[in-house]
Write a new protein. Structure first.
Length: 262
């Protein structure tokens, strides 16, 4: 087999580019699909990627052969397998980065600070937060830890564990931080079960006097609880019923949207 070498005008060998032009064209077509272009013809793909009809057709048919697109004779449309192309990013992207737009959306809707927490070694650990302009001294900050059994986020996270895991955790609960904090393991277990059934948990001055909080689970595509989204507010601002009526729907909506990203 004879291998051709590119040479410059003065006869010096020039290294050929190592990029794959066909792959580049295929990726360009993939990037075109979206809300504005849920289906494409060969002409559409060629025009939108500034390539020839022949090249666009080859790329589209290759994606059909690989199972990423379907073809009805005219239009090409993405298949569920198409989602795999973005799965690597979603799996590698930090949860806080994915969550931030939804935390901000909930904050704007409620005018209250919104947080995201994950379960770690018996603690509810805050990994993302969207602050309001108001100063709310809840001690909730990025990296802060709250006892899982005594916090709304923690109860939601514990509700995602098995009963055996919860009982094992409750053998050595942390010390209470206020006189309102519940320390009876049976009562705590009842509240965790209630969080499973109702899909949310709340605290009322249990962690800090004058503060209330509510949390909902964030579930991934398999239905597993991977985080808890919460709101904190002064007791003078919202009653528990108002917290439930006004904040719960907003938290549930944004938690569900975040879950779709996971």
């Amino acid at each position: 087999m004879v291998v051709k070498k590119n040479t410059s005008a003065d006869g010096v060998a020039v290294r050929a580019p190592e990029g794959m032009s066909g792959l580049a064209k295929g990726l360009a077509i993939i990037e075109v699909f979206g809300l504005e272009h849920s289906q494409l013809t060969v002409s559409d793909a060629a025009a939108l990627t500034d390539t020839t009809r022949a090249a666009a057709r080859r790329c589209l048919l290759t994606l059909v052969d690989l199972g990423y697109l379907t073809h009805d004779g005219k239009h090409f449309r993405p298949t569920p397998r198409f989602l795999r192309l973005g799965a690597a990013y979603l799996d590698a992207a930090p949860l806080p980065q994915l969550a931030q737009p939804y935390l901000a959306s909930a904050r704007e809707a409620l005018g209250e600070s919104i947080s995201l927490a994950v379960f770690e070694d018996g603690w509810s650990v805050f990994v993302a937060r969207a602050e309001t302009a108001k100063v709310v001294t809840t001690g909730v900050r990025l990296g802060a830890r709250l006892p899982a059994y005594g916090s709304a986020t923690g109860q939601v996270l514990l509700a995602g564990l098995s009963d055996e895991e919860v009982r094992r955790y409750l053998t050595n609960p942390p010390s209470p931080t206020t006189a309102h904090m519940i320390v009876d393991p049976k009562v705590i277990m009842d509240r965790i079960e209630q969080a499973r059934i109702e899909g949310f948990a709340f605290t009322d001055e249990e962690l800090e006097l004058g503060m209330r909080s509510m949390a909902v689970p964030v579930r991934n595509a398999q239905g597993k609880v991977v985080a808890a989204m919460s709101v904190s507010t002064f007791t003078a601002r919202l009653t528990l019923q108002e917290l439930r009526d006004q904040c719960l729907p907003v938290l549930q909506q944004n938690a569900a949207l975040l879950g779709c990203m996971l």
